[in-house]
Design a protein around this ligand. Sequence first.
Ligand SMILES: Cc1cc2nc3c(=O)[nH]c(=O)nc-3n(C[C@H](O)[C@H](O)[C@H](O)COP(=O)(O)OP(=O)(O)OC[C@H]3O[C@@H](n4cnc5c(N)ncnc54)[C@H](O)[C@@H]3O)c2cc1C
Length: 373
Amino acid sequence: MGSLAVSRLAVDDVLPSASVADQVADIARKNLAPLATTIDEGTVYPDELLRRLGDVGAWGSHQPVNGAADLRCAIQSIAALGEVCGATAFMAWCQNTLVWYASNSDNPKLVAKFADKFGSGQILGGTGLSNPMKSFFGIEKLKLRGRKVEGGYIVKGALPWVSNLGPDHYFGTIFEREDGGGIVMFLADCSDPAITLQPCKPFLAMDGTGTYGVQFRDVFVPDELILAEPAGPFVKKIRAGFILLQAGMALGLIKDCIQIMDEVDGQLGHVNRYLPQQPVQFRELHAEFEKETMALARDPYNADDSYWRRVVALRLRAGDASVAAAHAAMLHCGARGYLKSHRAQRRLREAYFVAIVTPATKQLRKMLAGDEH
Ligand SMILES: Cc1cc2nc3c(=O)[nH]c(=O)nc-3n(C[C@H](O)[C@H](O)[C@H](O)COP(=O)(O)OP(=O)(O)OC[C@H]3O[C@@H](n4cnc5c(N)ncnc54)[C@H](O)[C@@H]3O)c2cc1C
């Protein structure tokens, strides 16, 4: 499996921290590839590998410097992992998103305590923003509620799925103040005894991602864990990065689906050429997505509405293309890909996750239709 090498990027300048993405690709090929099946089966949550990726800088490249941030290296790193294992690409997105929240916070105590520990992978974790993201677009109500007390809030409620978690992990999420004072974004500390991680029923894929249902039973959230209050303007600041980082999952997966199609071309090309979708089309699509992603990823704080619509449109197309590429890979492989031992069927299951993780295809379509609440 080839890496998404910098020399092949369709960008007009040199990617910063290029060596980070190359090192991540190297770890993906050498260390992640042998684990991909066990992660998919849910028998392994690869925390050691995630920390190792932190050691080579995989989680720190997108931290803002002097008010500017560049997501390109982080996305290329997620793509390199996604070429090998969609579940690990998703965990990489979770970790990168956690870093993105902490390093953009205006709470100096929180930044000092957590930004570098998340950025280096010393502390792992993720994000519980699916419910809030859906609530902003009128799809569901906020599931967490907070009551103001001296030095912080008392939070209760439950989130059905949060990934890349473990007993000492953190994640960023949002509660609504019970007194009508708006929404607050905070870090949840999974080691708090008032927070319970409940194992989920087995999924179609993504079982090795440390995904749990999370219960908050009157959790005290001190001021030092508040990411943003009010959360509204902060969400506007981080939302493009949240979505753009997901493009890495799609880029890696589509690339491997092209490789799967290429691998069977020698034996089956004589008949596969009658299929309507060919690797060449997905190569073009991949190049186009990569170019658009890299262009948008250089400017994640752009507040223009036209920029936001480009981000949302790219995300929608990336989900559709992931499913289409994995579907085409299945048809090209035939019975070979129908074997449980072949990765084509894993790629198909992973592709559906790209299309359903928040913002899901249906939400993206609602957003583009302009139905923001
Ligand atoms: C493997 C996996 C990992 C995920 N990781 C995260 C994460 O790290 N952070 C995060 O914020 N979100 C996570 N999610 C949620 C994900 O981002 C989406 O929100 C979810 O897939 C549903 O999105 P949707 O827009 O299709 O909503 P829908 O499926 O249309 O509706 C979702 C709502 O329906 C209800 N619902 C439907 N099925 C069930 C069920 N089986 N159990 C309980 N309630 C149900 C719930 O109220 C839920 O909020 C994860 C989901 C999965 C499957």
